[in-house]
Design a protein around this ligand. Structure first.
Ligand code: F6R
Length: 366
């Protein structure tokens, strides 16, 4: 059942090219290089009226939502707020008749996410769900559903569900951009073109995991590890940090690179490992200056850069190179070595990768 892998998690990590491909599937119109979402019941006219979006979810699904926020705002100029479901459900959110709520849940059964959905529906807010389980409570109760086609996810630590959720959010964002007319057809075609190359790029990263495995094995005695990055790199850092804590039990924090000097930099001393994501060209130089700051305090820095970058190697101890793609699409690639880092760190410590202590796959309690 583990298909020759030692754990479900490793199997599911390796299923990502397929999960991503299946989630894009028939939603990409290859001839016209645009997105189609036939599952949406509402009309394009209605969809175009929404001028504000809440994304509500927990844990890893919330982290996918953070990527979605940046992408939706960039491509459609609709303001998006991302909220943790256990907070959102007890708030008094500001809804208008042009507010759309997106809930994201792999299982479709997470208690707090479901409660937030029900609260929104009570206020007559339209709810669109992104979920992996057909027939789940979230799928049944939401007004609209976009399924991720990741297949069953067994390991407690979510991997292929995350990348599939991120793909679903890209597709939704492009579709919204089409109906709102906020992107030119050629721009959409360019993104679609790059999206279809993503599964192959994930596969090549999975084949070349020696470097991240060695780095992970070097964390055996480490008590704390930091992730830094800006914008989309920060969103992915949060996910990398959660994954590491969850299955390797190493204390870790993800920080927006520019925020370090406001306190957390005090924790950086000799040999503290820092994973620094520097894949976003618009703020690349700014991130490098933060990397220089942690290096000066003795940190051991593993940098992530885009293939062809000959600069980052000068400022860090080692570099992992990401296949080139559009900056907005990098999260779906950057997360792969971070998942592997958590996985190999957990294995190196002899832990149960698939069933970390204290955690359950589906959180149906509040
Ligand atoms: C972390 C993880 C959890 C889930 C969270 C939400 O690896 O799996 O953080 O993402 O419990 O679960 P779903 O997406 O089923 O609502």
């Amino acid at each position: 059942e583990k298909g020759g892998y030692d754990s479900f998690m490793l199997k599911e990590i390796h299923e990502q090219p397929q999960a991503v491909r299946d989630t894009m599937g028939a939603r990409i119109d290859e001839n016209n290089k645009r997105v189609i979402l036939p599952e949406l019941k509402m009309s394009d006219v209605e969809l175009a009226t929404y001028d504000r979006i809440y994304i509500v979810a927990c844990g890893t699904s919330m982290h996918a939502g953070l990527v979605g926020k940046d992408v939706i705002e960039k491509w459609t100029r609709v303001p998006v707020e991302v909220a943790v479901a256990s907070e959102f459900r007890y708030r008094d959110p500001i809804y208008t008749d042009k507010t759309l709520m997106i809930v994201i849940s792999q299982s479709g059964e997470t208690a707090d996410t479901l409660a937030a959905l029900r609260e929104a529906k009570k206020s007559n807010v339209k709810v669109l769900a992104i979920t992996n389980v057909v027939g789940s409570s979230v799928a049944r109760e939401a007004d609209e559903v976009i399924f991720t086609w990741a297949g069953p996810e067994v390991a407690v630590a979510s991997t292929k569900a995350y990348t599939s959720q991120v793909v679903a959010l890209y597709l939704f964002s492009l579709y919204l951009a089409q109906v709102k007319g906020t992107m030119a057809a050629v721009e959409i075609a360019e993104v679609v073109e790059h999206l279809s190359e993503i599964p192959g790029k994930i596969a090549s990263m999975l084949e070349n995991d020696d470097q991240i495995r060695r780095f992970a094995e070097g964390t055996k005695e480490v008590s704390s590890l930091f992730f830094i990055g800006r914008s989309l790199d920060y969103a992915v850092s949060l996910e990398g940090s959660l994954k590491l804590k969850e299955i390797s039990y190493i204390h870790s924090e993800a920080y927006p690179a520019g925020e370090l000097k406001h306190g957390t930099l005090a924790l950086i001393e000799d040999n503290v490992p820092v994973v620094a994501l520097a894949t976003q060209p618009d703020i690349y130089e700014k991130t490098v200056s933060n990397i220089v700051e942690v290096k000066a305090r003795g940190a051991h820095v593993l940098g992530f850069a885009t293939e062809g970058n000959h600069d980052l190697a000068k400022s860090v101890d080692e570099v992992i190179y990401m296949p080139a793609t559009l900056p907005m699409l990098t999260p779906i690639l950057t997360v792969i070595p971070l998942q592997l880092l958590a996985y190999y760190a957990s294995v190196a410590r002899g832990l149960d990768v698939d069933k970390p202590r204290n955690l359950a796959k589906s959180v149906t309690v509040e």
